[in-house]
Design a protein around this ligand. Structure first.
Ligand SMILES: N[C@@H](CCC(=O)N[C@@H](CS)C(=O)NCC(=O)O)C(=O)O
Length: 294
């Protein structure tokens, strides 16, 4: 599936491509941003996928995350996908509150809905997008499929953890490392997750259990396993207590004796891109190390 370049913008030392393409997975047009770093390499340039949170388009992190400086420093490409299909036509019998920014457009929760054919963000991100990007030309040899890591914010942090953990279970093509800013860590136990699962799945929360990072990391398959995960959450995040459930994730990691999962609760930080951008350098250094760039 080919991409149209909507805009090519000089950013830092590299190039930002604003792209659009027709997705066969979500059955509609999808926008995304791609940053190609300045670094030249004899080997393929690795990729970090950045999954955004509720209400975001590909532009939020592109404009406010300052990831591009790090991409130049270490030599990785960055893919910023959208957070849901767009211009969705809801079936008449679906009673969706379109004023609720935590459901529907901008709130795809990186899952495969069994109720709405467009809401297949899981397959879109981990299957269609890497393959499509790999078939395209962006001036440099980039590895979108094998040498890849993933990071995300809030709902996107939940997505990043899920993709990474599913990769470890060999259910999908694996990611080298995973990091998350203020992830929605236990979605079956918070209002955002419960509402989303009730909307997107026939079996509601029960089906959501399969994509709940706390339940997955706490499962038998991860007992005593060593992973490459870094999580940062601010203790002044207004969603900390009610939505993120960081403490449940920590408990699952500890009780299951999972190794090399670093979780930093940072004093005074909120949920915004002031928080995200503050810790972007640290997260990128972590990924660069795991990707063998330093
Ligand atoms: N009031 C916020 C609530 C949603 C929110 O905080 N979203 C986070 C992710 S969960 C975000 O990244 N918002 C966009 C931004 O800060 O640029 C909004 O409508 O943007």
């Amino acid at each position: 599936m080919s991409f149209s370049i909507v805009k090519e913008i000089a950013v830092c030392k590299g190039k930002l491509y604003k792209l659009t393409h027709e997705s066969s997975t979500v059955k509609g047009n999808m926008n995304l941003n791609l940053y190609v770093p300045s670094k030249t390499s004899s080997t393929k340039i690795p990729t970090i996928y950045y999954l955004s949170g509720l209400t975001c388009s590909p532009d939020n992190c592109t404009e406010k995350g300052f990831v591009q400086f790090q991409a130049d420093k270490y030599g990785f490409a960055v893919v910023y996908p959208d957070t849901s299909p767009r211009n969705v036509t809801w079936p008449k019998d679906v009673n969706i509150d379109t004023s609720n920014w935590a459901l529907g457009e901008g709130a795809g929760f990186y899952l495969n809905s069994d109720k709405f054919e467009n809401f297949k963000m899981f397959d879109y991100i981990c299957k269609e997008l890497p393959v499509s990007l790999n078939e395209s030309e962006f001036g440099k040899t980039i590895d979108f499929i094998e040498k890849k890591s993933i990071m995300g914010h809030s709902m996107g942090g939940m997505g990043a953890l899920n993709f990474y953990l599913k990769g470890k279970l060999n259910e999908i093509s694996p990611y080298v490392s995973c990091s998350a800013f203020a992830p929605v860590a236990n979605p079956t136990d918070c209002p955002w997750g419960v509402d989303a699962f009730e909307l997107y799945f026939e079996k509601g929360i029960k089906a959501g259990e399969a994509i709940d990072p706390t339940l997955i990391i706490g499962s038998e398959a991860f007992k005593g396993k060593s992973l490459d995960i870094l999580i940062t959450t601010g203790d002044s995040d207004p969603f900390f207590k009610n939505q993120l459930r960081t403490e449940n994730f920590i408990k699952a990691v500890e009780e299951n004796n999972v190794q090399n999962v670093t979780i930093n609760i940072e004093k005074g930080f909120d949920h915004s891109y002031f928080f995200v951008s503050t810790f972007v350098p640290q997260h990128c250094e972590f990924h660069a190390q795991k990707l063998g760039l330093i």
